[in-house]
Design a binder for this molecule. Sequence first.
Ligand SMILES: [Zn+2]
Length: 600
Amino acid sequence: MSKDSKDRSFSRRKFIKTAAAAAAASGTLLTISADGMWKPEPKKRRKGPSHPDPDVLLVNGRIHTMDPDNRVVSSVAIKDGRFVEVGHSRKFREGDETKVIDLRGHTVVPGIIDNHNHFVLMGNRPGYHTPLENAYSIPDVQALYAARAAGAPAGAWITTIGGFHSNHIYANPADPTSGRLPTLAELDAAVPNNPAFIEIGFTGPAVTNSAGKAIFQAQGITVADNGSMTGNNPSRALLFLRQTLLNPAERRRSVLDAMNYAVTVGVTTHQDQGAFQATNTPSDGSAHEDNFTMHIPFLETYAEGNGIVRLRINFLHMESDPNTPELVQRLKNAFPFFGDDMVRTGGIGEFIAQGTNAASPFQAAALKVAQAHWRAEVHSLGRRQTPASPPADFEQEITGFENANTAFPGVVRDQRWVVAHVPGITQEWIDRLQAIGGNLSLTGWQYLAGNLPTSTVAPYAGPPFRMIVDSGNRADGIHSGMSSDGMQIAPMNPWLHMYYATTGLNTRMVQINPGQQITREEVLALYTSRNGWFLREEDQIGSIEEGKLADLVVLNGDYFSIPNEDLKKLRSVLTVVDGEVVYNAGVLRWHGDDDDRHRG
Ligand SMILES: [Zn+2]
């Protein structure tokens, strides 16, 4: 390393510290560390030869098991990837091979299960994708970008493609510059030597810095003086980045980055809901990918033993052809729920066909999925404005489910069919779906950009958490579970979704979901034990019980008692998946650790 580059890296480190200190002073919390956010390489997952001792003993914690009795215990023992003892009986004692972790009173919850997200898209992002879902100010963005660039190769693109909103960058409501993207100059200050590209949602708006602007302009892409990109320029830029940056090795690196981020916020199982089929034209947005190749870097990562979170893969089919030929072939030639505990296929979703009305292939597609005895998962974003308005999408979907269930009795209950998001669903339609045994996937995505609707039928931004959870508490009540619907329209961070479900407040702290709040205990159950059922894995994941797979998250605060605003700052300090420590923030140390970094 030349003196020159040493000096540069020193001043960059200094910048990171300054920016982090500024962010800390403004009352925000950053998850960066001096050596970068996703720095630790995941360990090869290993299953050692059997010995009589537990592999891991966690002691002195407040471990919320989320089991049927809601037990809170202080210790658990883990062996061969499963919980072998939950509670205080000390049947298992420390042996030579045991890693004993003193939790020092920290709160522990089961590994978070996200029943509907787009994790596979996140693992196929071009450039060094940098989640901005935990940034609350321009200095936060600058600090995250500087830290990311410090851990990336010289000149690498630093990118953020979806998963946040400028509403979110809103540290001070009195500041008129709040609620906007950073400018070209602000990005230059953070990453002077790397091109940068930040895009909101599916198609922008976006912003770049000077280095990025020069590269984009050479491609005929229009960038304003302040770095802003509008119209179809963000999508043209994204296509250029995909075509020039993505290759198999970069996709695998991006997969590891996505997994390493997930474990910092405690999401240990992801049910992926697919992508819109890429066309390789500027009409592709951030949610487009090739549905037939995008899983390859994930499968390679698992085959190499480097997968550190669980992935469940749904197949998205969105055909307008009334014969839905691709769906027909999928049902004939693929296996649902095939794989192992780490990576496994799921059902058809979050689309089974294009559209939902009578003229669309939806009803016929539902019958085909039912006939094949697969699970169908569909999404709803609609609501009725008045009782006389035309049917909303969820009404057409639930009607289609009823018809499929009549033709193939019991299929909805047996295969656990799902309607997701449902911001505008009403009690009448909850009851109809409950009657055939269907399930609802709930999400807090309105948190980022939602507003109070003018509807007289469903006058809440939704989903109506309170109405749905109450319906689930009745005899044979409706099943539901929680999801993020990240990574384009919403953040992955589950604590933000729990904030929205329990407060009804959007990013600008406006109440948009009046009367529909649920308790912290209820939303955590939706994200853990109830999602175990949701994934048909209720005997494997979702709670801390003897015999179940050992996934848990040690938190940096007491989820159950901290003030509402502090929910946004909750992070993992230690994440265990399949009995392995896959993330360690350095807060907890233990005797017997084979990694010197963590020795006290
Ligand atoms: Zn989705």
